[in-house]
Design a protein. Structure first.
Length: 223
């Protein structure tokens, strides 16, 4: 796996020549001004072993990109409804958000979904120029433990995934079976893209709550 925009890095030395004037109230960074959002969840099914793992039961691989890792609903839909057992996230966190959130978010998504989570972050330039990438590519197991971590420089990170840990974690802490579906429910809403008659479905992530008065006692096995 390669980090986000690995083949088209930020050219910080050209920012001044191409930048728009700084607004009166400061700088705003919003990727949606120039990038188009996806219109579906992306999970590569393991059937047929497209990743050539050679395993009897190849993993289903979910794909998040950078900012997506902040949304637990997205990862949970991949796990609950599309069967993801491994989630990959190429990213370009910087030296401001990285120390605060990178490890926290990847570990949280691993615990939420009880999947392996692979986070691939771009390396920091050695000369201190250019985009201040955080680095620290990570591999997190379904228990939330970091089992491999890179530094800030260029590095190929290797980790052995014991996929049996996915089923073990889900049996030990069966959150997927203990959710209160009488109180809340996570589901995909599919609607046709109005831009094209043959376009793929647009997936919207929602939490649905039942009508008032539907509260019942917790199941005896719930923690």
């Amino acid at each position: 796996m390669l980090p986000e925009i690995w083949n088209a890095p930020y050219a910080a030395e050209r920012f001044a020549a191409y930048a728009e004037p700084v607004p009166e109230h400061g700088i705003r960074f919003r990727e949606s001004d120039s990038l188009t959002a996806g219109d579906r969840l992306t999970v590569l099914a393991g059937a047929g072993d497209p990743l050539a793992t050679g395993l009897a039961e190849p993993p289903n691989l979910g794909l998040l990109i950078c900012y997506d890792i902040r949304f637990p609903e997205l990862a949970l839909l991949m796990q609950q409804q599309l069967g993801a057992t491994v989630i990959a996230c190429p990213a370009a966190f910087n030296s401001s958000t990285g120390p605060r959130h990178w490890h926290l978010l990847l570990r949280a998504r691993a615990v939420d979904t009880q999947c392996f989570v692979l986070g691939c972050s771009s390396a920091r330039p050695e000369d201190g120029e250019g985009y201040p990438s955080y680095g620290h590519s990570l591999v997190v197991d379904p228990w939330g433990t970091v089992i491999a971590e890179a530094g800030t420089g260029e590095q190929v990170l290797h980790a052995q995934l014991d996929l049996a840990q996915v089923a073990l974690a889900r049996r030990a802490i069966p959150t997927s079976q203990q959710r209160r579906h009488d109180l809340y429910r996570l589901r995909q809403l599919e609607a046709l893209n109005p831009a094209a008659s043959l376009a793929p479905a647009v997936v919207v992530n929602t939490l649905t709550f039942p009508a008032a008065g539907a509260i019942t006692k917790w199941p005896a096995h719930a923690a």
